[in-house]
Design a protein around this ligand. Structure first.
Ligand SMILES: Nc1ncnc2c1ncn2[C@@H]1O[C@H](COP(=O)(O)OP(=O)(O)O)[C@@H](O)[C@H]1O
Ligand SMILES: [Mg+2]
Length: 423
């Protein structure tokens, strides 16, 4: 039996599936995936729990499967959150250094972080992440750690991700009813980025787009830190719905067609796909071109929305490492070529997965994550794998004095604890 404190679990309660990834923290500080459990998700719409009872049962099944697969008991998880209510902005905090010798210490750093976070978010919202970007000392930019420096004014830029408290709490409450403890939460885009980007990608600049069933979660890194993030409440289910409506077929057939014959690119050649007879539906054929046109329109629209947002934020020119597409929809054929068109020639990485035969860059996993190919190569596991990596970092640092960033995390924990008292 593995020592309990070496086991970490990432849990994504997604719109299409609930997925638990069990990781083991290795002696060398790396993460090895030792088990994965999945269950279909039927209590979630557009990334948010709408049926607690159903979601709880799905979590139980996924966790039981993960326990079997890893041969461990699961008591505690890191969970992801998503949904259209999650939004973000960047903010600058500022403090005057009042020490006699103008030396900047931990206290000033703590205060400036608090100041940066004390922004007005809607009253029903809470901060999920306050991610440090850069410090400024007396207006000098790009300082990574100001402790020990001399200055009279300390500033910091942070990326604040916030969401509606009650909706976030629904996820935590649901997991607690399983019953499991929630060690911490992270937004899905942040978790997925941890599963597909290396430190080098983050430094060069990259956008991670996680296209799931009901949401598309994205996050932008530049110069090693998070610059922007967002959630679009549109995902693969909308593609399926478009197919069902466009071809006048039931949703389950549309989903099957999408997976078996779908392509985000429309071929010149016309081809008919035979649909077998089924209750309420006679035998018939559908045009593959029409199917792919429907998919193309929706996926292009989703990618365009993100492109426009990045343009608005003036970030498109800073994506040296390019665009990383993950989540279940990364398995759609032709994704890489379409993304290449939309993002005007930026490097495109799709996956990780073996389904992408379009001849270009597959996104990998960072090298400190290992495990069975089935887990490592599945794009729909990115969020849960990233959560396990998030857990690894949190636990690895537990024996070190807490950093500003961790203290920010602990603040959230306190908040979670406070809210829990009312549950
Ligand atoms: N082989 C495939 N081809 C096309 N789409 C796929 C494929 N496999 C999964 N998907 C789509 O991916 C979406 C689910 O992605 P996933 O990341 O698991 O979602 P979530 O995290 O929201 O539960 C669904 O819309 C599903 O149809
Ligand atoms: Mg997802």
């Amino acid at each position: 039996m593995l020592a309990r404190d070496r086991i970490i679990v990432g849990l994504e309660v997604g719109t299409s599936k609930v997925c638990a990834v069990v990781g083991e923290m290795l002696e060398d500080g790396n993460l090895m995936i030792i088990g994965v459990g999945q269950a279909a998700s039927d209590g979630v719409r557009k990334g948010e729990i709408v049926n607690m009872e159903a979601a709880m049962r799905n979590i139980q099944s996924a966790v039981a499967a993960a326990e079997d697969s890893a041969g461990v008991e699961i008591h505690n998880v890191y969970a992801s959150v998503s949904g259209g209510h999650i939004s973000s902005f960047s903010n600058r905090g500022s403090v005057v250094v009042t020490n006699d010798d103008s030396a900047i210490g931990e206290e000033e750093v703590r205060n400036v972080m608090l100041n940066a976070k004390s922004v007005s978010i809607p009253v029903d919202h809470v901060v999920v992440h306050a991610i440090r970007q850069h410090f400024f000392v007396d207006g000098h930019d790009g300082i990574q750690n100001p402790v020990g420096m001399v200055g009279s004014r300390l500033e910091v830029d942070v990326h604040v991700i916030h969401g509606v408290r009650n909706r976030l709490m629904n996820t935590i409450k649901c997991i607690k009813q399983v019953p499991l403890d929630v060690a911490n939460i992270a937004v899905s885009s942040f978790a997925s980025a941890l599963a597909v980007l290396t430190a080098e990608h983050q430094q060069l600049g990259a956008v991670v787009i996680d296209m799931g069933g009901g949401t598309t979660d994205y996050i932008v890194y530049r110069e090693g830190t998070v610059q922007h993030s967002g959630v679009i409440a549109v995902g693969g289910d909308h593609i399926t719905n478009d197919i069902a409506v466009g071809l006048k077929i039931p949703m389950n057939r549309a989903e099957q067609l999408k997976i078996e014959h779908g392509n985000t690119l429309v071929s010149e050649r016309s081809e008919e796909i035979a649909l077998k007879r089924e209750v309420g539906m006679p035998e018939r054929t559908v045009s593959k071109q029409q199917l792919c046109r429907i998919i193309n329109l929706r996926v292009e629209e989703m990618l365009m929305l993100i492109r426009q947002e990045l343009e608005k934020q003036n970030l498109l020119d800073y994506l040296g490492a390019g665009v990383f597409i993950t989540g279940g929809c990364a398995r759609l054929r032709g994704m890489e070529a379409l993304a290449y068109q939309v993002f005007g020639g930026l490097p495109i990485h799709v996956g990780p997965g073996e389904n992408n035969k379009s001849g270009g860059g597959l996104a990998g996993r960072p090298s400190d994550i290992s495990g069975p190919t089935a887990a490592i190569e599945s794009p729909e596991f990115s969020t849960a794998i990233g959560l396990a990596r998030y857990a690894l970092y949190s636990q690895r640092d537990q024996h070190q004095p807490p950093t500003v960033w961790q203290r920010a995390g602990q603040k959230f924990q306190q908040l979670v604890a406070k809210v829990r008292m009312f549950m």
